[in-house]
Design a protein around this ligand. Structure first.
Ligand SMILES: CC(C)(COP(=O)(O)OP(=O)(O)OC[C@H]1O[C@@H](n2cnc3c(N)ncnc32)[C@H](O)[C@@H]1OP(=O)(O)O)[C@@H](O)C(=O)NCCC(=O)NCCS
Length: 181
């Protein structure tokens, strides 16, 4: 079946929340599923269209992958940055290149919107395959202290060197919860 990539429509919000919840429950257990459910529910409920972008992959009428990207702001720079969190590929579609394709699609969409920097906090073994490189919090400040600093990773969307920003950063309120960091 043809897989399509696109921006989400608000009426798809509940299906996307279910996809995130089921995928994380399957891969990391019920508690992780509940935690991601709480996060994405708040993201969709509290963020403006400017603060939160969500892109999806569909097969027919079914959403099989989703990625949320939200604003990351710096006190020391006006660089336009987004924080990738979370991303999920439905369990039966994993390891077929779909996560990579969705992230590449999202990067291209963000670039066209003038976004310059993409940052995430996750497994460098996976995200290293889609262009992310380790950064320090001195280089790019994190919104909260990090329990796993090696998971703080970034990439520019024009392929230029990752800048040293310094100062402090803030993210959307739902992601400020220290337990995520
Ligand atoms: C992580 C996830 C989004 C990856 O999507 P996917 O479609 O399975 O990944 P892809 O098939 O595009 O894989 C791209 C590359 O990463 C590798 N990869 C996939 N999952 C990986 C993992 N968990 N750890 C390390 N490498 C991984 C693949 O082998 C592939 O590498 P290759 O091209 O060298 O073979 C998906 O497995 C998922 O939804 N997992 C559960 C939720 C989660 O952990 N989300 C990420 C944290 S927010």
């Amino acid at each position: 079946m043809t897989i399509l990539f696109k921006a989400y429509q608000p009426q798809q919000t509940q299906e996307i929340i279910s996809l995130f919840t089921d995928t994380f429950s399957n891969s990391e257990g019920k508690d992780a599923g509940e935690a991601i459910n709480a996060l994405v529910t708040k993201q969709f409920a509290q963020c403006s269209n400017e603060q939160l972008q969500c892109y999806i992959a569909t097969a027919g009428d079914t959403i099989i992958a989703a990625i949320n990207l939200s604003s990351l702001m710096f006190t020391a720079s006006g660089i336009k940055a987004k924080l990738l969190s979370p991303v999920a590929v439905s369990s039966s579609y994993q390891r077929q290149g779909l996560g990579r394709q969705l992230i590449e699609f999202a990067k291209n969409e963000l670039k066209q919107q003038g976004i310059e920097l993409l940052v995430t906090y996750g497994d460098p073994n996976y995200y290293g395959k889609v262009g992310f490189q380790a950064v320090t919090t001195e280089q790019i400040p994190a919104p909260q202290p990090l329990s796993m600093p090696f998971g703080w990773i970034a990439q520019t969307l024009d392929g230029s060197q990752i800048p040293t920003i310094g100062g402090q950063s803030t993210c959307i309120e739902p992601l400020m919860d220290a337990s995520y960091w």
